[in-house]
Ligand binder design. Structure first.
Ligand code: APR
Ligand code: ZN
Length: 236
């Protein structure tokens, strides 16, 4: 069965008002990314990092999905067995566009993880101090369920497994600084890239189609190509 993988990054949520990493040139909401998004920074100043994620969690509460989220949700819900949706984003805008089975490669802001038993639980947009203990083991060692630089991303194995059986790869809004998306595209028969601008980390010649424009502008064209692929097994 021909499989489609839709893999997104921060550019998917840019038009919903969530700043991307590279647009803020190495800062994330005025913090040095490595200070608040790395294991080292977490060891150095746990409270500062937990407070940073509290702020990010609060920030996404009033954000709304955009037409690109809704397009992904529509395609996933229409072809649930043919399409896998993965994102590097830690916001919940795909869930809020009613997309089923979203796989988060870098975790989710609305969740905490227990450092003792690994239990992951949802806290919505609330600050971590309101959830001081793990509901499973009552440990107080709970933290944001977001993958930081310097730690493993358990979901990457799932990503590689998916790529091995993907015939059409759709990349929306990622600079390829963390995931080698051009290499991924070289594994698949067909591939689509949608970014706002060229990235030094992406060789766009390996993609069947490239759209350098806003995700909401490219969304209907990508939808058409996905439907063409589902119908014919190819994209022209
Ligand atoms: N529509 C489409 N693409 C967009 C838009 C938009 N409106 N705005 C920005 N982009 C594109 C940019 O061209 C860029 O290629 O989105 C990409 C954003 O790149 P990054 O900021 O590097 O975000 P991302 O690729 O998701 O970062 C990957 O790095 O910092 C870590 O863990 C973090 O998940 C993140 C990972
Ligand atoms: Zn626990």
């Amino acid at each position: 069965m021909s499989k489609i993988l839709i893999l997104s990054g921060a550019g998917l949520s840019a038009e919903s008002g969530i700043s991307t990493f590279r647009d803020s040139d190495g800062l994330w909401e005025n913090h040095d990314v490595m200070e608040v998004c790395s294991v080292e920074g977490f060891f150095r100043d746990r409270e500062k990092v937990l407070g940073f994620y509290d702020q990010r969690r609060k920030d996404i509460e009033d954000k709304e999905p955009n037409d690109a989220h809704f397009m992904i949700a529509e395609m996933k819900n229409k072809f649930p067995d043919k399409i896998t949706v993965m994102t590097q984003n830690v916001d919940n805008l795909l869930e809020r566009s009613d997309c089923a089975d979203v796989l988060h490669l870098h975790g989710q802001l609305t969740e905490l993880v227990c450092e003792m038993c690994g239990n992951i639980f949802d806290i919505g947009y609330r600050p971590i101090k309101e959830y001081s203990e793990c509901p499973e083991c009552q440990s107080h060692a709970v933290r944001h369920n977001v993958v930081m630089f310097g730690e493993a991303a358990p979901m990457y194995q799932r990503l590689y497994n998916e790529l091995m059986r993907t015939d059409l790869l759709v990349i929306i809004g990622t600079s390829g600084n963390v995931l080698p998306v051009s290499q991924f595209a070289s594994y698949t028969k067909y591939s689509i890239l949608n970014n706002l601008d060229e990235s030094w980390a992406i060789d766009n010649s390996v993609f069947t189609h490239t759209f350098y424009e806003k995700a909401t502008t490219a969304a209907p064209k990508i939808k058409q190509l996905i439907e063409q692929f589902i119908e014919t097994g190819a994209i022209s």
